[in-house]
Design a protein around this ligand. Structure first.
Ligand code: BGC
Length: 355
């Protein structure tokens, strides 16, 4: 008798608890996927015993090629904030610039059953392997920052690339030089003598920026002379060392320092200042990204200009494309790249980009 009463009491309490949590009203429309409804009250849901309940939007595995990259840090923070704001649970991992490590991270995400992947490949040459892996697991995937070829992407229709067309940024860097009073020909010898500090040449951004910055000068009818081209792997310290060596070797002959990104340009600026040169007077310096540090230098007249590589816009685009994929969208071959525009940053408009 006592036992029956106790059971009855427990049942009543259970019912009261369920009603209070609204658990009884919850539609069972999430069947079939790994998502469960997220409680919008502070009362723990009826099944609070289940550890780590995923967010309403599902879990997203985010692979970054390396955390120790100035631009990708801004990008990663934006991506994480947008995903969280939209109710997803992002798990962000550092590839440490090691493709083998990133491959393992992708496999772990697949085993964990993430709902979608956002991948910044360590090496573009690994795209075939990455795409085959995510296709095998049937996981909707957005690639970012390092663009594979259309042929590589065509292998999987639940895959899309979100980034920028690097040709545009190169052209804008050339235009920044053409916009100076002497069009980059400081010593008036009829040609623009430059050094090129390149990012990781395996990355199409580095290839195109190198090519199209100079092409813009040539297309404008200018004669150009490349004094040196050195890979700086997107790295500030390397940018400084390379620029210091080139200044020691070529001295006043250098009229323009092209850097494939701002972090290397900030390094180059340190070398320029140590050598007693003055940007916009006896040497020009341009980068790409519009990092906060570079915006400050453009405003102070220590960089000729930079080009906005819109981390927030790309992060928002990546999440939007991911949501389309989660909604069942597929992409046809040759149509798998979504681009966000670059914007030229000059001393005149730099204020618009500063927070
Ligand atoms: C950025 C660089 C960054 C690289 C990483 C480029 O688009 O301009 O700053 O290091 O991406 O892949």
């Amino acid at each position: 008798m006592k036992k029956t009463l106790a059971l009855l009491l427990a049942a009543v309490m259970m019912l009261a608890l369920l009603t209070a949590c609204g658990g009884g009203d919850k539609p069972a429309d999430n069947a079939g996927d790994s998502q469960t409804g997220q409680s919008d009250t502070t009362t723990p849901p009826a099944d609070a015993a289940t550890p780590e309940e995923p967010a309403a939007g599902g879990t997203v595995g985010v692979c970054i090629y390396k955390f120790d990259d100035a631009f990708m840090t801004t990008y990663r923070n934006a991506l994480e904030a947008i995903l969280k704001e939209k109710g997803y649970e992002p798990i962000v991992v550092d590839g440490n610039n090691d493709q083998a490590k990133q491959n393992e991270q992708i496999n772990t995400f697949i085993t964990q059953g993430v709902d979608a992947l956002i991948i910044n490949p360590v090496m573009t040459s690994a795209a075939d392997t990455i795409i085959a892996t995510v296709k095998g697991a049937g996981i909707p995937t957005v690639l970012i920052n390092r663009e594979p070829t259309p042929e590589q992407m065509a292998a999987y229709d639940k895959l899309v690339y979100v980034g920028c067309d690097a040709r545009q940024s190169g052209t804008m860097q050339g235009e920044l030089i053409l916009d100076t009073p002497n069009k980059g020909d400081i010593n008036g010898d009829g040609k623009i003598s430059y050094i090129m500090i390149q990012g990781d040449p395996e990355n199409v951004d580095a290839q195109y920026r190198t090519e199209f910055s100079v092409k813009a000068l040539e297309d404008a009818g200018m004669e150009v002379e490349q004094l040196n081209l050195t890979r700086g792997d997107w790295d500030r310290e390397k940018g400084q060392t390379i620029c210091a060596n080139d200044l020691a070797q070529f001295g006043d002959k250098i009229e323009v320092v092209f850097c494939n990104n701002d972090d290397m340009a900030i390094g180059a600026l340190q070398a320029i200042q140590s050598a007693g040169r003055k940007v916009n007077e006896d040497i020009y310096l341009v980068g790409v990204d519009a990092l906060d540090a570079a915006l400050n230098e453009v405003q102070a007249g220590n960089m000729t200009g930079t080009v906005l590589n819109d981390a927030n816009g790309q992060a928002a685009g990546a999440v939007a494309e991911m949501e389309k994929l989660l909604g069942g969208a597929t992409y046809s071959s040759g149509n798998q790249s979504v681009y966000v525009d670059y914007v030229k940053v000059t001393p005149e408009n730099v204020g618009d980009f500063m927070k």
